[in-house]
Design a protein around this ligand. Structure first.
Ligand SMILES: C[S@@+](CC[C@H](N)C(=O)[O-])C[C@H]1O[C@@H](n2cnc3c(N)ncnc32)[C@H](O)[C@@H]1O
Length: 188
């Protein structure tokens, strides 16, 4: 029994998570993979986004990181690691400064206490943006999960300092009752 339409659709379409439809919708709007070769998927497990990227870009270099294990995805080099430890992952370190696209679906554990969660989300978002900036080239694109909360304006202005175009997305597959949104930045 699937909890919702998107989980059922993911099963039927052969994807391992409903999260895939979020990146599909955003890709249809911004053409995420145009002129992209090196891709980093942060917080990748169970692998819905990685599967989509692999199908869309079979010739590209795709790296994925998660704290949890992830079953292999064709063409994706997966590392079980904390994003805070990325500098220790030699194959990724070797590509520092050359990523064209960084996608992050990371989310901290939510406590339900607004002030604590807002800070944890902001900390994760800034950490991920810093990793993206460090590992990307200057034409790179960045997609990141965040939440509508008291720190969103602050994080969005951090994005705007680093990308010429920053857009918000609330994909249909994102639960309506969730404050989850995605920010996308690119340099035009
Ligand atoms: C919403 S899930 C990602 C779903 C994925 N995009 C997909 O399509 O299947 C968020 C992931 O972030 C991972 N995560 C959370 N904190 C992390 C950290 N510090 N380093 C690496 N991964 C982390 C979690 O283990 C979890 O698998």
């Amino acid at each position: 029994m699937y909890r919702d339409h998107w989980a059922k659709k993911a099963k039927l379409d052969g994807f391992r998570s409903r999260a895939v439809y979020k990146i599909i919708e955003i890709d249809q709007k911004v053409d995420l993979f145009k002129n992209v070769f090196n891709i980093l998927d942060i917080g990748s497990a169970p692998g819905g986004w990685s599967e989509y990227v692999s199908k869309k870009c079979p010739q590209n270099n795709i790296f994925a990181i998660d704290l949890l294990d992830m079953k292999p995805v064709k063409n994706v080099s997966f590392f079980k690691a904390d994003i805070r430890e990325i500098d220790k992952l030699k194959p990724i370190l070797g590509k520092k400064g050359s990523f064209d696209l960084v996608i992050s679906d990371l989310a901290p554990n939510i406590t339900g206490i607004g002030a604590i969660d807002d800070e944890a989300i902001y900390e994760y978002n800034t950490l991920t943006l810093e990793v993206a900036l460090k590992y990307s080239n200057n034409k790179s694109k960045f997609l990141v999960k965040t939440f509508q909360n008291s720190n969103l304006r602050k994080f969005k202005s951090f994005m705007e300092k680093n990308f010429t175009l920053v857009q918000n997305f609330k994909p249909l597959a994102s639960k309506a009752q969730s404050s989850e949104i995605y920010l996308y930045g690119e340099n035009q």
